[in-house]
Design a protein around this ligand. Sequence first.
Ligand code: F3S
Length: 404
Amino acid sequence: MKLTTEQQEMLDGKFGEGAAYAMKIQVGIGECFDAPRMVPIKRAHVALSNQAGDLWFAEKLLKAGAKCRVAPTVNPGFCLGHFTGSCAHPVDEEDADHMRRTDAAYRGLGAVLSYNCTPYIATNVPNFGEVCAFSESSATPYANSVWGARTNRESANSALCAAVTGYVPEYGLLLDENRKGDIVVHVEADMKTAYEYHLLGMMGDKIGEGIPVFTGLPHTITPEALRNLGAELNTSGAYGMYHIVGCTPEAPTLEAALGGAKPKREVVITDKDLQDMQEEFSDKVNSSKVDFAMFGCPHFTLEEAIYIARQIEGKKLTVPMYILVSSHALQMAERMGIEEILAAAGAELISDTCPDQPCWHYLKGKVGVTESPKCAYYPRRRGIHFLIRDLDTCIEAALTGEVK
Ligand code: F3S
């Protein structure tokens, strides 16, 4: 790979040991993919997980003196303010300490401590054609597909290296020729709400490896539905990008999305496929009773919080409802009185928090209801189980304590 003088100096340690370490990793990645050069990034998002490996890497860079040239937004861990102190189910000290160390490491590196996995909705929105380094399952396809920005499917660690050096190796989805679709997915299912996009995204097995081009979808799709599609495509498979004909910017027509080539595969998705996916992915539990409802994997928008508030205003939930949002959405909901309406009904708006975190220890052995297959997928390893239904059915289940 050909480096500029500045990049070579960074690799040689002129900008410190931390930057040299990050550059060495990126040059290694670039050489694996035959990248000819490194190109500057405008923005980055790091999918920190608040887990041991991620913390080890962040602390290693910090100890080596690394500082982000491009301040990245970061994924959620769990909200220390919410799950410690007077919390009814506080995390144990070891878990709290882990989160404090994650916070300290990323603060020291100069990250934007957003703790939100949907930065592309409000806080870190790329322009068309901008080169970025985005990790996080829903963030990479949203940046590429919806905004027309250019990012490879970075890991949390490679995105952090890019934030430190300010560069990424030029390969893959950064290049025009690799952004064309090669699988046509004819959607015949009735895509009524954002929920159906969750189920559509879970069709990775059927769609197969490549860049899907969806046909049969509306030309105007909500940000929430597009968020869900990308999140689940990277739960059921590995997709850095997709196209929706007549909707996403690089797919004005089917021919343009395919770059004039023939697709390697065509797939049809029907209502039955979506229904089967809902059944297959819900945990097999013996009862229709649920212990809690959880939404916001990926983080819910302010609009979704408002929608739920309108449905449950003046009512009392039978089981707790947790709605995970960004700190920005939480603050707006507080200012607007939405948080108060939710709290009065028994729903909690929680910022900075992911379902796959130790703060949910008290839900072990319980059964929840959610509209997100991804929300059901990760907490399974923590002994938490879920039934998956559309949002309205989930809200009704939280009101009655039962999935009807
Ligand atoms: Fe976000 Fe965590 Fe779900 S990072 S997408 S809330 S698994």
